[in-house]
Design a protein around this ligand. Structure first.
Ligand SMILES: [Zn+2]
Length: 370
């Protein structure tokens, strides 16, 4: 178990820039999540409008009291809001946390649950455990200047709205949430998973708590190399992190596949294995609760099609510049979508190019049993 402190030099100057004193926020006057019980004892939290955190969270109650939390979001004050909800619906301590993958918005609130219950078990795939200290910790600091800039811009926008006599409730909520987030980062501490699962594709770890069966499953590389899936076979609910349905729609506007810290080429094949689970509801990290399998089918189809297009252009000897001209990002997309789109296409192209260079078959080319 290791704790990582945010480097504070840059942060101190940022906080000074926007006039925020570092505080340990109770955030009693701020609510981030709206909750829906999607199956008995399965509570799905989705964020109200904001611009510092767009991820979802799931609480699974346990028959003997207590609960499991899947993905703890990106800060302590959000972790505390989730903890409060979990204790209310679970009528006991949070016994388990699962981090579906290593990104900050999925494990940044871990410390809150550890402090509340020293016997807590935090599960993740072993690749999440090994890679998070090197991939995730610094990124949090890297994205802070953009959030601070966004806060300044929104404050300016508020002045304009106020002068026009517009309703300020929505923008005030967004500003307040971001202020709390930025202030929270001053004392932020990472808490890494302590139950690191060495699962190969197709393997799982089962937790049986009374009548509640919880399966922690691994299907292979996708959004990251260590995407862990939480499956409730009785309730037919699966919690999939960011494996598809990214709100930004990388690779195709409706696919939401990016292979950001995993593999774009492998993602459709990983999803095809996941799809074999008998589920009615998929709880995603950013796309809400998806009923049925239409969404995963579409992600697989669109992913396959986009990869096939890039593969065909690569086979014609095209370099990445012309490939991007053939597969441009959606019209009028915001900068972060354009950047993510471009990096996803580049990553796909590079994965294809490297395999071609070394004569390694692409997924599906020589392993029909995948
Ligand atoms: Zn992610």
């Amino acid at each position: 178990m290791q704790t990582y402190l945010l480097r504070t030099g840059v942060l101190a100057s940022l906080l000074g820039l926007i006039g925020l004193a570092p505080i340990a926020c109770a955030a009693a006057d701020y609510t981030h999540f709206s909750w829906e019980e999607v199956a008995p004892g399965v509570h799905f939290g989705t964020p109200l409008a904001n611009f510092f955190q767009g991820g979802n969270v799931t609480i699974i109650t346990l028959p003997g009291g207590g609960s499991m939390v899947v993905d703890t979001q990106n800060s302590e004050f959000l972790g505390r809001e989730i903890l409060e909800k979990a204790k209310a619906v679970g009528q006991g301590p949070v016994k388990y946390v699962v981090n579906t993958h290593l990104h900050q918005d999925h494990m940044g609130g871990n410390i809150v649950f550890r402090r509340d219950n020293p016997r807590l078990k935090i599960f993740a795939h072993r690749y999440t455990c090994t890679n998070a200290p090197f991939k995730t910790v610094n990124r949090m600091e890297d994205r802070l200047p953009g959030i601070v800039k966004g806060l300044q811009d929104t404050r300016a926008q508020r002045v304009k709205l106020q002068s026009e006599g517009k309703d300020l409730a929505g923008i005030d909520h967004r500003i307040h949430g971001t202020e709390l987030y930025v202030a929270d980062t001053k004392e932020f501490k990472w808490e890494m998973p302590d139950n690191c699962l060495d699962l190969k594709p197709g393997q799982s770890k089962v937790l049986q708590e009374g009548g509640r069966r919880i399966e922690l499953r691994y299907f292979g590389p996708g959004h990251t190399v260590g995407d862990l899936v939480v499956f409730l076979p009785k309730e037919k609910v699966v919690i999939v992190g960011d494996m598809w349905g990214q709100g930004s729609g990388y690779l195709h506007p409706d696919a939401g596949i990016d292979g950001r810290d995993g593999s774009v080429l492998e993602t459709p094949w990983t999803l095809k294995r996941l799809r074999q689970l008998d589920f009615d509801i998929a709880l995603t990290g950013h796309a809400g609760a998806l009923r049925g399998k239409a969404s995963i089918d579409r992600a697989i189809d669109l992913g396959d099609q986009a990869i096939a297009s890039i593969k065909a252009l690569n086979q014609r000897g095209m370099s990445i510049g012309p490939v991007l001209q053939k597969l441009p990002p959606p019209d009028k997309a915001p900068t972060f979508v354009v950047d993510g789109w471009v990096s996803t296409v580049v990553r796909t192209f590079e994965e294809i190019e490297l395999r071609r260079m070394w004569g390694i078959p692409l997924p599906g080319e020589s392993t029909p049993k995948r």
